[in-house]
Design a protein around this ligand. Structure first.
Ligand code: AMP
Length: 189
């Protein structure tokens, strides 16, 4: 199993890069944001709950997110591994993921982190709003909330993997192809 965490602030390019990495390594893409949006679209109870947080740029509570993530992993018993995109976003999620994988005799191989300056994130997200149809991309205040939540709650998750010797930072500025090459190099190193 090759389990990789693709990390970075909102707008860093995690979704875009995941598409290339899943093809390159033959892994399953697991984006918690995508799963929440699927549930919102299908008007499920989970979707209704998630939406009330997402619309404000807040994190969906750990308990809900962690059990959803586990259920998603269990839906792909044949997977050669996963690219986790947008998860873990808190230390509690990182610990839960470690314990969950440990029970399955698996682990996270690496966390690759896309580094992008804040001003660039904001302009990317506003540009993405034109096509994504995402309410949380279209509002500057919600974007700022998401970045603040990232800085306070999510950025410390990097330490968890740094302490385990699994953290690899990658410059997230440049063309999509350039960044893919940097990610592959970091993962294969
Ligand atoms: P994303 O698609 O990764 O930008 O996530 C969009 C929104 O979904 C976030 O702003 C959160 O409200 C919610 N979300 C996605 N992943 C998580 C997570 N791991 N923990 C809590 N909330 C999440």
């Amino acid at each position: 199993m090759r389990n990789i965490v693709l990390f970075g602030p909102p707008g860093a390019g995690k979704g875009t890069q995941s598409e290339f990495l899943v093809n390159h390594y033959g892994l399953v893409h697991l984006s918690t944001g995508d799963v929440f949006r699927y549930n919102i679209k299908n008007d499920t109870e989970l979707g209704k709950l998630a939406r009330s947080y997402m619309d404000q740029g807040k994190l969906v509570p750990d308990e809900v997110t962690i059990s959803m993530l586990k259920a998603e992993v269990e839906k792909s018993p044949e997977a050669k591994g996963f690219i986790f995109d947008g998860f873990p976003r808190t230390k509690a999620q990182a610990q839960a993921l470690d314990a969950f994988l440990d029970d399955r005799n698996e682990s996270i191989e690496a966390m690759v982190a896309l580094e992008v300056p804040e001003e660039e994130l904001k302009s990317r997200l506003l540009a993405r709003a034109e096509t994504s149809g995402r309410a949380d991309d279209a509002d500057s205040e919600v974007i700022q909330n998401r970045i603040n939540v990232y800085n306070v709650e999510t950025a410390p998750v990097a330490d968890f993997y740094r302490n385990a010797g699994k953290y690899k930072a990658v410059n997230g500025l440049g063309s999509i192809e350039e960044i893919t090459k940097r990610l592959v190099k970091a993962i294969d190193a």
